[in-house]
Write a protein that binds this ligand. Structure first.
Ligand SMILES: [Zn+2]
Length: 403
């Protein structure tokens, strides 16, 4: 049979997405694949047949399905692929090697000054070593930055937090590393990890809210991250909450983050004498643990401001759930009384059952999120563009090298 070139490339694209789904979601039935990728059952059956024949997919155990005959689960024919995830912070790079199933295999921290001379070259050098050391087949490098990024597959970065203005990080890294590179805002990257490995697997439209140095939010709509016109959607930390108020890092006054971001909490607590002049957010946390009233009041106030702000966002966007995570969540028991007092009372009456899901947090989360940009790229070609196509091609090459 003669197959037109366009049909071949479509079949290749479909097999790349199926391999990506199995790699990131684990064993899945044919029916679930068709549902998740919005393909016809006939297409899925045909492509799976070819993938089983060439050894890149294998049939695993069967599970009972609703009343019908048992559904066979499918898995990748070969393990060993993974990604490198990188989180750029004000004073270091956090780097993880992640397997395709989302396990962190190795995690390192390298000192890095993003505002120093030759910062981009230094970043390239560090990542060149990370790529060389990656065990197994590397699908690509994902980078999360605390700022806005024009497009994942281009990667021009602007960030007031690390002092970058339209830095062409993506182009430099692709040239230096020779592998697919996907770059996004760090909160978007964490949301990509939630989509693949976290609570986001259960929902289609939800918010991922991070609490820490800043207050961030990723808006996930129908399983895609909404980026906005300039890649900067979700900056809920910069919702103006008072007419005047403290100056925010963004230059405006009275932003939510200027009250409840970690630096703001610390500044206020020092000024009020709740902690000493060198006290940190951890000091404030310990004081609250000891039951010191003014420390408890500081967190209560932060919780109530967050609750009001998030209720406004939820009323605007009508999500199915809100996932809360970030470094600040370790102190959540102290935030929660204030949050509970304001959040649900400010929701529209018919939405007050909105689930709030709290995720445990480790330091690796940010970098794991960056690696998830690579893993997610085969599903989201709108966002991942040409680099996502290269990741798909690498997934398919697994079967070639396995033969
Ligand atoms: Zn602001």
């Amino acid at each position: 049979m003669v197959v037109a070139p366009s049909m071949t490339s479509r079949a290749d694209a479909v097999s790349g997405r199926i391999l990506g789904l199995l790699g990131t979601q684990g064993p899945t039935s044919r029916a679930a694949i068709a549902r998740r990728l919005r393909l016809s059952p006939a297409t899925v059956t045909q492509v799976i047949k070819e993938l089983v024949a060439n050894g890149s997919v294998r049939e695993l155990s069967s599970v009972p399905s609703n009343g019908g005959r048992p559904a066979t689960l499918l898995g990748l024919g070969r393990d060993g692929a993974g990604a490198v995830g990188v989180k750029i912070v004000a004073d270091h790079l956090a780097i993880v090697d992640v397997s395709i199933a989302g396990e962190v295999m190795r995690s390192t921290t390298v000192p890095f000054d993003p505002s120093g001379p030759n910062a981009i070259e230094r970043c390239s050098d560090i990542l060149r070593d990370a790529v060389a050391d990656h065990p197994g087949l590397l699908l690509g490098v994902g980078v999360g930055v605390p700022g806005s990024v024009d497009a994942q597959d281009n990667g021009v970065v602007t960030s007031s937090m690390i002092g970058w203005d339209r830095v062409p990080l993506g182009a430099v890294l692709r040239e230096a590393l020779g592998v697919p590179v996907l770059i996004d805002n760090d909160v978007h990257a964490v949301a990509a990890a939630q989509l693949l490995y976290g609570a986001g697997r259960e929902f289609d439209t939800y918010l991922v809210v991070t609490i820490g140095l800043g207050i961030g939010c990723a808006v996930v709509v129908e399983r895609s991250i909404y980026r906005g016109a300039h890649g900067g959607a979700g900056e809920i930390g910069h919702i103006p909450v008072t007419l005047d108020g403290p100056v925010c890092q963004c230059g405006a006054t009275g932003c939510l983050e200027a009250y409840i971001g970690a630096p703001a909490l610390v500044r206020q607590a020092r000024r009020d004498g709740v902690i000493g002049p060198r006290g940190t957010v951890a000091t404030l946390h310990r004081a609250a643990d000891r039951g010191e009233e003014r420390a408890l009041a500081a967190f209560h106030r932060a919780g109530s401001m967050l609750g009001r702000g998030l209720a406004g966002v939820a009323n605007t966007l009508d999500p199915q759930a809100i996932v809360l995570l970030g470094e600040g969540m370790t102190a959540w028991p102290h935030w929660q009384p204030g949050f509970d007092a304001t959040f649900r009372p400010h929701l529209m009456v018919d939405r007050r059952q909105l689930p709030i899901i709290r995720e445990d947090w480790t330091d690796d989360h940010w970098a794991l999120g960056a690696a998830a940009l690579v893993m997610a790229s085969p599903f989201d070609s709108d966002a991942s563009g040409a680099q996502g196509g290269l990741v798909s091609a690498r997934l398919q090459s697994m079967q070639v090298t396995a033969r």
